[in-house]
Ligand binder design. Sequence first.
Ligand code: ATP
Ligand code: MG
Length: 415
Amino acid sequence: MIQLVKGTKDILGAEVKAWQDIERKMRNLCETFGIGEIRTPIFEFTELFVRGVGETTDIVQKEMYTFTDDGDRSLTLRPEGTAGVARAYIEHGMHNQAQPTKLYYISPTFRCENTQAGRQRQFHQFGVEMLGSYSAAQDAESISVAAALLEEMGIQGVELRMNSLGCPECRSRYNKTLRDFIGQNLDKLCPTCKERFEKNPLRVLDCKEEGCKTIIANAPSVLDCLDEECTGHFQKVQDILTEMGIAFTIDPKIVRGLDYYTRTVYEFISDGLTVCGGGRYDNLIEECGGKPTGAVGFGLGIERLVMILEKQKGEIVEAPERDVFIGSMGDKGFLKAQGLALSLRKAGISADCDTVERSVKAQMKYANKIGAKYSLVIGDSELENGVVELKEMETGEKTSISITELANVLAQKCK
Ligand code: ATP
Ligand code: MG
């Protein structure tokens, strides 16, 4: 028996209903924010992610699903959504449209990680990218989308944590300060962090090893290294969020896992789990071959959202439901039931009939199982009279109805 691949998951039953509901909420919310959908390919040239996400990131160093196609091109399954959107923005000259360009996606994402709770190899992201503005208002607007979604989902106790990494100049100043600090503690860090120390010391702040976390706790704050402009930008983001009534805390340890971030970075955390992460990435478009373009966005893990929902609201169970089950007796009744079911379905009524050729008793048992609100049985006499007995399953109450009137009556009853 072939089983599913480690780190992947089938989504089915009641859970798939919950997913549909979540996706619907995401789409409706984006509509009200004026954010249009974009669907980029599931794979891109590997080079896009290496350049866009950054060579020293966990994603590029060890998490990408990369393969070579028969034209000897190196391709990679999307490990995040922003790089693909950046490519599409440039490729379609979207900077020529009214700015900002606001886009969202709901898409499978692939990372070859050690699997554990909340960490899969295929997971799904809801991402929002806003391109074409350097203003703090754009940072705040992007944050407000995620905040509104979590609020609408009724999730309790989500905390918004923010930081600013400054512009590249601030960052290189901070890198120097940080390198000095880490250098004094190098022997206590994990092997990966020893490497990070050389190439990108900021990454050390993102390490999940307990030993490294203890050391990092005393690291100097990036906020002390920001210049006046970057400090002003960060303050403005905070002022707008306060105006919007969105609560936040400042956490100078937040650096995010991707290299492209500049200035504002943020995370929404619930029960110790990051459900949404994002920030500003003012250099990415240029890095990918476009004109300098201010941009900000986030990625939200749908599996983690579902995990939190289940934890807070209990396991998702949803009873099946059908408007009507059309039972049948005898060959003619069976035939009629098939046609009737389709005509009712076309009239917008969720109808079902027997397609297994069960006994009438077994058909009624099935009608109960699928949660039919009404049922009826068509046999020779019903066909002859053109009338059926419509039974309300919950009360057992029966009403005689002409077959030709069935669609109208059910449409009324099941509104
Ligand atoms: P983490 O620090 O938890 O590894 P990250 O910095 O790699 O997160 P992002 O790249 O910002 O995360 O991805 C955005 C969101 O996607 C995360 O906040 C999380 O909800 C979700 N996510 C990331 N990796 C996984 C995964 N392997 N499985 C499930 N969800 C994930
Ligand atoms: Mg990660």
